[in-house]
Design a protein around this ligand. Structure first.
Ligand code: MTE
Ligand code: MO
Length: 495
């Protein structure tokens, strides 16, 4: 090799690739891909400006990109180390092995690996591949000829991929079948959810109630917290007379529990986007849980803390509302892990970010608490903007039917949406749509508009909601950040 820096950097990068592969292969032993856990660690602890930048550039879908960046970062660190420190590339050196071991152990620690056997086995599986690669690529005969080096790289790539696949399968085999995921159980007392008016069920229309499986999922976690209900407690404390805690069974047996359909929409949803759903929820009013602890005069905020490091805060005055729930059920069953098992908050008419999943603690605070997304530049109150989306279209002979959903926040109140208007010619003429009667005070309302169109098949559809006082939903377009997207949904429909 003529250029030893290029050689070293290449070897370092390839050792890094082998390490990443080893970490992946060790997944079944240590309970996950350690670099994904590192990504999560970064999200939770990174300074506000960084995660805010990531979110505003990439939306809430920054996670796969983040994991890819962590992987690239790990490889780059190996390449840089090899460049700066020639001996590293010869992985035989004890110091390099020591460094690799410390870094890998730290990652497993961040991942929360709790079996010591898995830990040791994982170290072995993660570290052998980079060691072997370093060895194979730095033998003098190979290192001295560019052609031999490149041939060796090719052989190592093919052989490495095959052996890593084998290692991962082997690790999976040793660990055996993973504990089956928690199964959602039917709740004891549960009324069936309202089914909605079938006239609004046509091609492309969402059902009145979204099933838990088709409800969108958004959070900051890569590996969702899996909580053992036997060990979980909900702590209610802070500036209160009587701090207490509830077990999972006590929460489920709470006298105050009630069921309520409620629409949730993510603040990062674009106009017309899919991050919206209407669950049929079961839970206990937050007002009762808080009142039982007896907040003192100095109470200012009710802060919900979660198992993933997330938190949200609402002013104590708002908590008097009886429709803010600590929910433990969805669709008549216990919550799915994705939606916050064992319990999550629900605040009607606010964006989803206010609705802490995997709650562990309700803290009555005597000062204003800065919540997770608030600290990253998003709106503190997060009241849902008035919205109307186009969803469905169907043709029956000459008759064309177009439909969708409309929703608005706590302050305006969806119950106060008085009408939905739709245009099928790009906004020249407006027609009043038929609006489904309300299934619940804080659930979306489906709308439809039918008309005759024997000759036309393409329509430029625009829709807008009218609030109770006659205010027309604003057509001013704003981006989701910081307070939620606004503007009329416009889309072309062919039917
Ligand atoms: N603990 C926790 N709760 C959370 C989040 C989170 O990252 N961690 N994300 C919030 C956001 S931004 C939204 S939109 C809703 C989504 O709830 P869902 O995944 O059940 O639809 O959960 C909220 N609650
Ligand atoms: Mo969200």
């Amino acid at each position: 090799m003529t250029s030893s820096t290029a050689h070293r950097t290449t070897v370092g990068a390839l050792v890094g690739v082998a390490w990443v592969g080893g970490l992946f292969a060790a997944g079944p032993l240590v309970g996950g891909f350690a670099l994904a856990a590192a990504g999560e660690w970064i999200i939770v602890r990174s300074p506000g400006w960084l995660s805010t930048m990531a979110v505003s550039q990439l939306g809430f879908f920054a996670k796969p990109v983040l994991v890819a960046a962590v992987v690239a970062g790990a490889i780059a660190v190996c390449a840089a180390t090899a460049l700066a420190w020639p001996r590293f590339a010869r992985g035989k050196r004890p110091v390099a092995v020591g460094l690799g071991t410390v870094a890998t152990a730290a990652l497993f620690f961040a991942l929360g690996t709790d079996s010591s056997l898995g830990f040791v086995g994982g170290l072995f599986v993660a570290l052998v591949p980079p060691y072997v690669v370093a060895h194979l690529l730095t033998t003098p005969r190979v290192a001295s000829s560019r052609r031999r080096f490149l041939e060796r790289v090719g052989a190592v790539a093919v052989g490495g991929a095959v052996s890593l696949g084998g290692l991962r399968a082997g690790a999976g085999w040793i660990v055996g079948p993973q504990e089956s995921p928690r199964v959602e159980e039917p709740l004891e007392r549960s009324v069936s959810p309202p089914s909605g008016d079938p006239a609004f069920d046509f091609e492309g229309m969402p059902p009145a109630i979204t099933s838990p499986d088709s409800h969108y999922v958004v959070d900051i976690t890569v590996n969702k917290p899996v909580i053992d209900p036997e060990e979980w407690t909900l702590q209610i404390d802070g500036t209160v007379q009587e701090p207490y805690e509830l077990s999972y069974d006590e929460l489920l047996a709470h006298e105050g529990s009630l069921e309520q359909p409620m629409t949730m929409v993510c603040i990062s949803n674009q106009v017309g986007g899919d991050l919206i759903g209407t669950g049929h929820w079961t839970g206990v009013p937050l007002s009762e849980l808080v009142a039982d602890a007896g907040p003192t005069e100095s109470a200012v905020d009710v802060v919900t803390h979660a198992a993933d490091g997330y938190s949200e805060a609402i002013p104590i005055e708002l908590v008097e509302r009886e429709d803010i729930l600590v929910a433990f059920g969805m669709g008549g069953r216990t919550l799915e892990t994705e939606h916050g098992f064992p319990a999550r908050l629900l605040i009607p008419g606010r964006y989803g970010m206010k609705m802490t999943k995997w709650i562990t603690r309700i803290e009555i605070a005597d000062r204003d608490h800065e919540a997770y997304w608030e600290g990253r530049g998003w709106d503190e109150e997060a009241v849902v903007e008035t919205m109307a989306y186009v969803r469905g279209a169907e043709r029956d002979g000459d008759r064309v039917e177009i439909g969708g959903v409309a929703f608005a926040g706590l302050e305006t109140g969806v119950e106060e949406i008085s009408a939905v208007e739709v245009s099928v010619d790009g906004g020249d003429q407006w027609h009043e749509a038929e609006v489904e009667s309300q299934i619940a005070p804080h659930a979306w309302r489906r709308w439809r508009y039918a008309f005759d169109a024997p000759d036309e098949t393409e329509f430029d559809v625009v829709v807008r909601a009218i609030e109770a006082d006659g205010t027309v939903q604003t057509d001013e377009e704003s981006s989701p950040r910081p307070s939620g997207a606004t503007g009329w949904h416009r889309t072309s429909v062919s039917v």
